[in-house]
Design a protein around this ligand. Structure first.
Ligand code: 3H9
Length: 687
């Protein structure tokens, strides 16, 4: 074995040289890997005894992309372009041997090879768009030459990898290798190429054609999905260049557009979020190797919207779930809705009917707490009422086996008090899912004062298994997400009394990049959540709307009027009620511009985030940003509220908070951390 450098080596098997990259964890294309490939290829090309080359990787995966940690720093030679150019120019055939994932620069490197073989479990894709980028090492020019323009457009703008079998069908892979014999297969494949005198397939030389109008049609079809993001459009332009320009010119276009994205704020935000998601898994005081408790059977209390959605997460991941509800009709209804949801997914082709039956077969509906006795984890998802929860946890303590984890899905309440209702507070934590719980990625894991480390570790690992992005929050009213959301809602409510209309606030929030504004969100959730006709005093706008049976989308009217397609239009009744409210409260309405609406809604949230950090209810600013990204539809290209605060500049945020303080001292009091960072020129995300 000949070592090329610390992360690559070259061995020969007869006339075939195998160049192996070994740079854990994911063989990213760091400068050392790039140099190793260039030197390894040069050595194999120069060796007269070598006639063919295999490019392979050690460890769990083929090359997973450029080394993202190098982005934003001065570029170092050799560039990835040079690496791929050298591979493609090799006079001896180069075969890429792919296992794990060939992603981004990794797939681009494979596309520079003359042939590609992969194990069936391998996945191949160009996920750069998720980092606000485009494949910048010839990927947008080579991919359409192999899979065609339509498939290439789909792959680069979605960033979703495809499986090896699909890649074989599309010509992206030339042959499938046995799962545990990739290296030998690739070497043999190279030998056969040589024996059969096969030509060198240089992808750059292949033709590429596009149907007239294909690009604009693609843009139109995806306009909603791409709204606000720069990278999808840049990717489309590159594929367009591949179809209209010679290869070298197309590569130059790609390079130029790549650099524009790389230097922009959007990609910076999206790259930050990539690391934020991984960082959120690292919990202070929880060393690697913390033991986990085995979880096989899960219990869920409550078969309402939340309980049903929570159960579906576990059923879909193959866990047995016992769902308990107090009355039979509610239980039947809840189970029926779950089945209906699965069947709808099956109708859309995203589940087979067998999978629907398998999932539903794992569910045991029950009306007795005693059926939870053998569960390893029980999640309570009933009405937000402390007394009811205390009663339930007392019962669980008596019934459920020792060592089980007892969790509450409460959105606001004090987990320590709930834990206090048991003799085993160390086994209690919060698992706060977001509605619809089977869809939204966020799981706030609330760490109580006495939650045991292995309980926390178990829940964090479990979250990954059910496809959730878990973030640890400390005990406080509303935890991270809802505590901050309350402030946005407070300001939205104030703004409409002071001069804006609900649709003005919603438009500003939507244009900022959220899927909808606060009033549309309220209509969707239902205005009567927590409202009752008996106790209504008719004072607030919400009271007045509910009293008129304007309870949101479900009654086809709320802050807006809705048609049968659920399209909304501003309501003249609401306008009248808003004006009346202002008059009754003797508020002189004034014109409020969009900038003020945005700042009033967002800056107090940032300020609250600073308080949350100060109090230690979140471990880091990026955890707060993950909460908002995965639970509330914060636009990824703005990085999250704390990152956004940094982007605007904390001095600016502080300055505006101080101006707003003149209107209301208590509502806009700056957090000491905000003041300190603004004065010292610091940032939340680098703090
Ligand atoms: C690109 O290629 C641009 C080019 O087109 C143009 C260039 C000119 N770099 O996710 P995991 C780290 S853009 C640096 O937990 P898994 C990660 O931070 C790139 N580090 O493992 C983590 O570190 P830590 C296009 C990276 O098994 C550790 O590896 N490629 C990179 O769940 C383990 O990661 C992508 O976007 C990287 N590229 O998933 C692929 N990737 O342990 C990005 C990972 O300290 N990567 N790390 O927290 C992934 O999607 C997943 O990591 C992968 C493995 C699916 C590969």
């Amino acid at each position: 074995m000949a070592e090329i450098n610390a992360v690559t080596d070259l061995t020969t098997e007869g006339e075939v040289a195998v160049l192996t990259v070994d740079s854990p964890p994911v063989n990213a294309l760091s400068v050392a890997v790039r140099q190793g490939i260039v030197d390894g290829i040069a050595r194999a090309v120069a060796d007269p005894s070598v006639r063919g080359i295999v490019l392979a990787c050690a460890g769990r995966t083929f090359i997973a992309g450029a080394d993202i940690t190098e982005f934003g720093r001065p570029p170092q030679e050799p560039s990835l372009h040079a690496v791929i150019r050298d591979i493609e120019a090799s006079p001896k055939p180069v075969v890429a041997a792919i296992h794990g994932t060939a992603l981004g620069g990794g797939l681009e490197t494979a596309l520079g090879c003359h042939y590609r073989v992969a194990v069936p479990s391998a996945r191949l894709g160009l996920p750069e768009v998720k980092l606000g980028l485009l494949p910048g090492a010839g990927g947008t020019q080579r991919l359409p030459r192999v899979v065609g323009v339509s498939q290439a457009l789909e792959m680069v703008t979605s960033g979703t990898p495809i499986g090896a079998k699909q890649a074989l069908d599309r010509g992206l892979v030339d042959a499938l290798a046995p799962e545990d014999g990739l290296r030998a297969f690739a070497v043999d494949y190279a030998r056969r190429l040589l024996a059969d005198n096969k030509p060198l397939h240089r992808v750059r030389d292949l033709p590429v054609q596009a149907e007239p109008g294909v690009f604009d049609a693609f843009r139109r079809a995806n306009a909603r999905k791409f709204r606000g993001f720069d990278a999808p459009e840049y990717n489309i332009r590159c594929i367009e260049a591949a179809a209209t320009q010679p290869f070298d010119e197309g590569e130059q276009t790609e390079r130029r557009l790549f650099m524009e994205l790389m230097n922009g704020t959007q990609s910076k935000a999206q790259r930050y979020l990539f690391f934020a998601e991984r960082e959120a898994q690292k919990i202070p005081g929880l060393p690697k190797g913390t033991p986990v408790r085995p979880i096989k059977k899960v219990g869920v209390i409550g078969a309402g919207t939340m309980g049903g959605g929570i159960s579906m997460n576990f059923l879909s991941a193959g866990y047995a779930v016992t769902i308990v509800e107090a009355n039979e009709r509610a239980l039947e209804r809840g189970v029926g809705i779950m089945r209906g949801n699965y069947e709808n997914t099956a109708k859309k082709g995203r589940l087979t009917t067998e999978q629907v039956e398998r999932n539903m077969g794992l569910l045991s509906p029950s009306m007795s707490f005693d059926d939870l006795a053998e569960c390893d984890l029980v999640i309570e998802a009933v009405f937000e009422n402390m007394d009811i929860k205390l009663d339930i946890f007392g019962k669980l303590d008596r019934i459920v086996k020792q060592g089980a984890i007892l969790a509450s899905n409460t959105s606001y309440l004090d987990i320590d008090r709930i834990a206090g209702a048991t003799q085993r507070p160390q086994d209690v934590c919060g698992m706060h899912f977001f509605s619809p719980a089977n869809v939204m990625r966020l799981l706030e894991v609330v760490r109580g004062e006495r939650t045991a480390p292995d309980v926390l570790e178990t829940v964090m690992q479990l979250a990954k298994k059910i496809g959730k992005a878990a973030v640890v929050a400390g005990v406080c009213h509303g935890f991270i997400g809802n505590r901050m959301l309350n402030l946005r809602q407070r300001e939205a409510n104030k703004l409409i009394l002071e001069g804006a209309m609900p649709w003005d606030v919603d438009r500003v929030i939507y244009d900022f990049g959220f899927p909808m504004g606060p009033f549309q969100m309220a209509d969707l959730a239902g205005l009567d959540i927590g409202w009752s006709a008996e106790t209504s005093r008719g004072e607030t706008l919400r009271d007045q709307l509910c009293e008129r049976d304007r309870r949101g989308q479900k009654t086809r009217s709320g802050f807006y009027d809705y048609n049968e397609k659920r399209e909304h239009t501003p309501s003249p009744i609401v306008e009248e009620l808003v004006l009346k409210q202002s008059a009754e409260r003797q508020i002189r309405r004034r014109k409020i511009d969009d900038q003020e609406i945005l700042e009033r809604c967002i800056y107090p949230m940032i300020n609250e985030g600073a308080l949350i950090l100060e109090e230690g209810r979140a471990y880091r600013a990026s955890d707060i940003d993950m909460v908002w990204l995965t639970g509330y539809g914060w636009p990824a290209y703005r990085g999250g509220p704390m990152f956004y605060g940094d982007t605007v500049g904390l001095k600016t945020v502080l300055g505006r908070m101080q101006e707003f303080q003149r209107m209301s001292e208590a509502d806009f009091r700056p957090a000491p951390m905000l003041v300190k960072l603004a004065e010292s020129g610091g940032t939340f995300t680098a703090a």
